[in-house]
Design a binder for this molecule. Structure first.
Ligand code: SAH
Length: 283
């Protein structure tokens, strides 16, 4: 599959600086796909997106007093939810200062600002000491990053030995051809996503960074409903969205999401990896 498109850091910043009204209208405060347990699952978008957050938090292995980095924290909802569920300290980072402002507001409103802080920072060069976090949560944020060896290198550097990263990312279940490749390329452009990896690409990428894959969970089937819910939400407020983002943008949005639903692509992956524990030196 030829994947010509690569978003730049500045494009991703500009996208999120302007996306808050759209995010709030279409999905609420979680900027990630939801997890529906079955086609009959009656969960709302809020419930399904919170469920995915909880599934990821459960995999972090972050006990009382742990420090967690929320890499690409969005509007701060997952970090606040994590801090409410466990006695941990959370540092959220994102490249968009608009999102960071909103996330700080969310922590204040929830009364958890003493344990949850947010700052502007780039995953490519994190402003933290080596081994400063017990766990890293990266919900649908690495999707925007194009230099993955460097990102995982930074994650591994700031993680303590034995610490985990739990992330979600789009991927290609198998090499895409023809129409499917075109649909996914259009989706990547619309959502500013980097190139999609194949399942076998992850273990070596992680290994090079000093991480090893603990779990590879393909949750495409459980998350696809999100696209349908978004299309329905667009239809409910098409006029307001067209005023904000233009007729053409809204049209493209709906048609790209419909195309993705028709072919069940791109794939969506929940991945857990662990930084190697310190091995004993020679005796
Ligand atoms: N994890 C959040 C937000 C996901 S949206 C949630 O689930 O609600 C993607 C997030 O990744 C945004 O906050 C965006 O600012 C952030 N992001 C994108 N590129 C980044 C980079 N290079 N470094 C840090 N954050 C980045």
């Amino acid at each position: 599959m030829v994947q010509a498109y690569r978003p730049t850091t500045d494009e991703v910043i500009a996208f999120y600086d302007h996306a808050v009204p759209m995010i709030n209208r279409l999905v609420g405060d979680n900027v990630h796909l939801g997890y529906w347990t079955s086609p009959e699952d009656p969960s709302s978008v809020q419930q399904a997106t919170d469920r995915l957050t909880d599934m990821m938090v459960g995999r972090l292995g972050a006990g009382p007093g742990a420090t967690v980095l929320d890499l690409g924290c969005g509007l701060g909802a997952p970090a606040v939810r994590l801090a409410r569920a466990a006695d941990v300290r959370v540092t959220g980072v994102a490249t968009s200062s608009v999102l960071i402002g909103k996330a700080q507001e969310a922590a204040r409103t929830a009364g958890v600002s003493d344990r949850v802080g947010f700052q502007v920072a780039d995953a490519l060069s994190l402003p933290f000491e080596d081994s400063s976090f017990d766990a890293v949560l990266a919900i649908e944020s690495i999707v925007h990053m194009t230099d993955l060896p460097r990102v995982f290198g930074e994650v591994s550097r700031v993680l303590k030995p034995g610490g985990r990263i739990v992330l979600t990312i789009f991927f290609q279940k198998e090499p895409l051809q023809g129409h499917a490749a075109q649909v996914v390329e259009a989706y990547r452009r619309l959502s500013l996503n980097g190139e999609l990896l194949l399942p076998e690409d992850f273990p070596p990428l992680l290994r090079t960074a000093g991480l090893h894959q603990v779990e590879f969970l393909d949750i495409t089937r459980q998350t696809m409903r999100h696209h349908r819910e978004m299309i329905a939400n667009v239809e409910k407020q098409r006029f307001e969205l067209e005023e904000l983002y233009g007729t053409e943008m809204v049209h493209t949005f709906v048609s790209v999401f419909e195309d993705c639903l028709a072919i069940d692509e791109p794939g969506y992956l929940l991945l857990t990896a662990e930084r190697a524990r310190e091995t004993a030196g020679p005796v």
